[in-house]
Design a protein around this ligand. Structure first.
Ligand code: UD1
Ligand code: UDP
Length: 435
């Protein structure tokens, strides 16, 4: 079996690294394709060094461009590589343009697509990432979802539950493993020379940093939060707009705000783990914050990671200046609330996600599911119905007894459940697909 891994940006390198590492250990043949969407040393190569992953076999070098041009070029170049390498499965991760391009290119070549971190939805169509996620999911054949909530999103979109695997998020694998190394190696905190509490800030979402009014509101709030040191590693997109809108000088001259270049993974993890708060519009950081028990304030009006909010570890504040200040002051002044946020249960698993994913990929191979070919049987008309099950049967037992039936979703009182094979169906209502 041969896996093609596609990565393009900083978070994909971080979250794919544990799977690449394991594929190497398990001696699974693979090829690593970097689209080159992120190309600065501190946005790309630094992560290969910090996470100790092999150099990409291909770097498409797409660079920065409009979404259409960048994605089109990636599709064209990835298609060439996949045609030459003939992998059995392509793994893409997350919601960037690389994910969209990789999934589309592979799907059109009838190559299986495994989407790592599938099923996330912000239900905000204006986010480019929402388009990417939805298109990647419609091209995929294996869905590695971090939580039950993401699994239900997909099942509600009529994805076959047998193709959905709740694996946790590989960010937990990366984060837990590398924090230990960071504690030995990183000198960032002594270099930064910070006294007192730290608030780690990152932001790069177009809807915040490219919008002068939202950017101003957020920066005005930060300037007023003088009781805490704000450490702000600046994403290249953000640096550009801070310069263009004339904010860079002011921030550099605000004593409690420390601007840095984007920093490597080890330094960043150590910084995060020693922070009192993280304030961010990043996706990965919302997950890492709850993994490391750091209360998270999210500079967005919605999130595709709602589990972090319902667990109590994350608060959405949008880009409203007063709400940002009020939220930080409220949590700082309420020990009980701060502790509650710290203690929020991490919904993303215990660090075994990469192993869960690769085991499913190997199982798929053993079951001969990588051979995608045009069907040679006449389709049966699909019949969907709601059925109450009274017998003491699991999903697996029910489907074994009724081989032309597939349980799409399970309802218990007002709760929707994902049909895990071992879930008991007794006295539950099911949405049944009959072929
Ligand atoms: C991209 C992803 C976003 C992800 C983020 C992670 C898409 C649509 N966006 O956003 O989902 O959260 O990466 O960080 O795929 N630039 C540099 N050097 C680099 C990379 C970028 O200077 O190495 C600058 C360029 O001016 C570029 C801008 O940053 O135009 C934006 O880069 P781009 O890759 O288009 O989007 P990100 O904002 O990084
Ligand atoms: N990160 C890092 N250095 C930084 C900022 C972030 O190593 O200066 C890491 C962070 O720990 C997380 C990932 O980058 O794992 C998040 O990337 P980003 O915010 O760029 O993308 P998103 O997760 O929003 O797609």
């Amino acid at each position: 079996m041969k896996i093609a891994f596609i990565i393009g940006t900083r978070p994909e390198i971080i979250k794919m690294a544990p799977i690449i590492d394991l594929a190497q250990k398990w001696q699974i043949e693979h090829v690593l394709i970097h689209t080159g969407q992120h190309y600065d040393h501190e946005m790309s190569q630094k992560f290969f060094l910090d996470l100790e992953i092999e150099k990409p076999h291909y770097n498409i070098g797409v660079g920065s461009n409009s979404h259409g041009k960048q994605t089109a070029q990636m599709i064209e170049e990835i298609e060439k590589v996949l045609t030459h390498e003939k992998p059995d499965i392509v793994l893409v991760q997350g919601d960037t343009n690389a994910v969209l391009a990789g999934a589309v290119a592979a799907s059109k070549l009838n190559i299986s697509v495994g989407h790592v971190e599938a099923g996330l939805r912000s239900f905000d169509r204006t986010m480019p990432e929402e388009t990417n996620r939805k298109i990647a999911d419609s091209c995929s054949t294996m869905y590695f979802v971090p939580t039950e909530e993401s699994a239900i999103n997909l099942a509600l979109e009529a994805v076959d539950p047998h193709e959905i695997f709740v694996t946790g998020n590989t960010v937990v694998d990366a984060c837990l493993r590398h924090l230990k190394i960071a504690e030995q190696k990183s000198k960032l905190l002594s270099d930064l020379d910070v006294d007192g509490d730290i608030l780690t800030l990152t932001m790069h979402r177009a809807e915040n940093v490219d919008d002068p009014e939202r950017l101003k509101n957020i920066l005005d709030a930060l300037v007023e939060l003088q009781d805490i040191t704000v450490v702000f590693p600046v994403h290249p997109r953000t640096r550009k707009t801070l310069e263009n809108f004339g904010y860079l000088n002011k921030l550099e001259n605000t004593p409690h705000i420390k601007l840095t270049k984007p920093i490597g993974y080890l330094d960043f993890l150590l910084l995060l783990s020693r922070s009192k708060f993280v304030m961010t519009d990043s996706g990965g950081l919302q997950e890492e914050a709850i993994t490391l028990n750091i209360p998270c304030i999210t500079l967005r009006y919605n999130t595709e990671r709602p589990e972090t909010v319902s667990a109590g570890g994350n608060i959405l504040v949008g880009s409203d200046k007063d709400r940002i200040i009020e939220t930080i002051q409220r949590i700082s002044g309420d020990e009980e609330l701060y502790k509650k946020m710290q203690d929020a249960k991490n919904p993303y698993g215990n660090g075994n996600s990469s192993e869960n994913i690769l085991k499913e990929v190997l199982k798929h191979e053993n079951e001969g599911k990588f051979n995608i070919s045009s069907p040679d049987n006449i389709m049966k008309v699909l019949n969907r119905s709601l059925v109450m099950i009274h017998d003491d049967l699991t999903v697996n037992e029910f489907e074994t007894i009724n081989p032309f039936s597939r349980i799409q979703l399970v309802f218990q009182d007002e709760t929707i459940l994902f049909p895990h094979p071992e879930l008991s169906l007794e006295n539950k209502l099911v949405l049944l697909n009959k072929f």
